[in-house]
Design a protein around this ligand. Structure first.
Ligand SMILES: NC(=O)c1ccc[n+]([C@@H]2O[C@H](COP(=O)([O-])OP(=O)(O)OC[C@H]3O[C@@H](n4cnc5c(N)ncnc54)[C@H](O)[C@@H]3O)[C@@H](O)[C@H]2O)c1
Length: 340
């Protein structure tokens, strides 16, 4: 689908902004202004990306009439004030994940965008992963029967570095470790594929890095549907892994990017097949765009009104609700129920 040209401002020009800029350009949008509080990073990015307008003040960028929409790519603690200011300035917002560090902040962000009539999309890009989109379609169509168990994993090792990058190891700036950073994606994906979650039982540990937050975590989930599930997150893995396995009464869906193909594998039995050896397999190859590029194409399409917002502020809030419940569970050593 061809997107209309849109004029975009990027606030925070660190690691993830690289992907936003590439994806906007792929979708035909124009990057008209950059903002970063670090003047040296800003200057380097302006030169590298060929964007003449740059500022160290988000307020200055938001005052530019030519900016129609912004990506908020700053550390977690600043998502809330910048998104609220962007909405009040009339800009559509793609806010990186997690939407906020608290539920009240998320509510304010959602309200500010609704009051201003601007699109708010949250950066849980795994919803825009072609494998996840296809898996949801198959689940809704009943292709694996009723979901019984779902497992989700996102894990990496900071590219083999001996230190965690930037402020990710700081509790004040990031609000948490891998359970928040990677876990919010997986809690969102769990809701996307398994529906609402009723309770969470989590464990966290700091096993590799000298940091204030956890680098390894897992959580058991109880879905409202009665299905159960699990998420696994780690900064202590080897390489980069994003994967999900959803099992149902009539089949399963598996996708693991460590396998490199990125295929979604659908296993199922045709009615009447009883033999253990006759499970049938359909493979769904990855879509043309990577998940992040598709997520940004979806954001532009939502601004255009040609599709619904793929990951709303409420989806972002619900992911934070699950993260907070998981931290409470890990601290108390008991399951925590999630009241919506
Ligand atoms: N969707 C994903 O998979 C994904 C992946 C990585 C990071 N993220 C999210 O993106 C955000 C940024 O992560 P990153 O890896 O790019 O971090 P980073 O540290 O590489 O970059 C953050 C940049 O923001 C700048 N900054 C800090 N405060 C600012 C402010 N108030 N105004 C303007 N600039 C400011 C910093 O100087 C830095 O250049 C985080 O919220 C993170 O959780 C999402």
């Amino acid at each position: 689908m061809t997107q209309p040209a849109r004029r975009i401002g990027i606030i925070g020009t660190g690691g993830i902004a690289l992907e936003h800029v590439a994806a906007y350009r792929l979708a035909g949008a124009e990057i008209v202004a950059l903002c970063d509080v670090d003047a040296a990073t800003l200057a380097e990015r302006q030169e590298r990306w060929g964007v003449p307008v740059g500022t160290t003040s988000a307020a200055e960028l938001l005052a530019l009439a030519e900016v129609e929409a912004v990506s908020v790519c700053t550390p977690n603690a600043s998502h809330h004030p910048i998104t609220v200011a962007a909405a009040r300035a009339g800009k559509h917002v793609l806010c990186e994940k997690p939407i906020s560090l608290g539920l009240d902040e998320a509510r304010e962000m959602i309200a500010a965008c609704a009051d201003a009539g601007v699109v708010l999309q949250v950066g849980h890009h795994m919803r825009s992963w072609s494998a996840a989109t296809k898996a949801r379609e198959l689940i809704e169509r009943g292709a694996i029967g009723r979901v019984t168990y779902a497992r989700f994993r996102q894990a990496h090792d900071w590219g083999g570095a001996t230190k965690v990058r930037g402020v990710f190891g700081s509790l004040a700036d990031s609000g948490g470790g891998t359970l928040l950073d990677n876990g919010c994606h997986l809690f969102d994906l769990a809701r996307y594929l398994g529906g609402d979650v009723r309770d969470v039982y989590a464990r966290t540990a700091t096993l590799k890095y000298d940091i204030e937050v956890e680098d390894t975590a897992s959580a058991s989930l109880g879905f409202v549907s009665g299905a159960i599930g699990a998420i696994e997150v780690a900064w202590t893995a080897t390489g980069w892994q994003e994967a999900f396995w959803v099992y149902g009464t009539e089949g399963s869906l598996e996708c693991d990017n460590l396998a490199r193909t990125g295929d979604l594998v659908h296993r199922f039995r045709r009615p009447g097949q009883r033999d253990w050896g006759t499970t049938e397999v359909e493979r769904h190859p990855p879509g043309a765009l990577g998940a992040r590029a598709q997520h940004i194409a979806n954001f532009l399409a939502a601004i255009d009104g040609s599709c619904d917002v793929v990951c709303t502020g409420t989806d972002g809030l619900e992911a934070v609700r699950l993260v907070l419940a998981a931290y409470e569970s890990a601290e108390r050593g008991t399951a925590v129920s999630v009241a919506g």
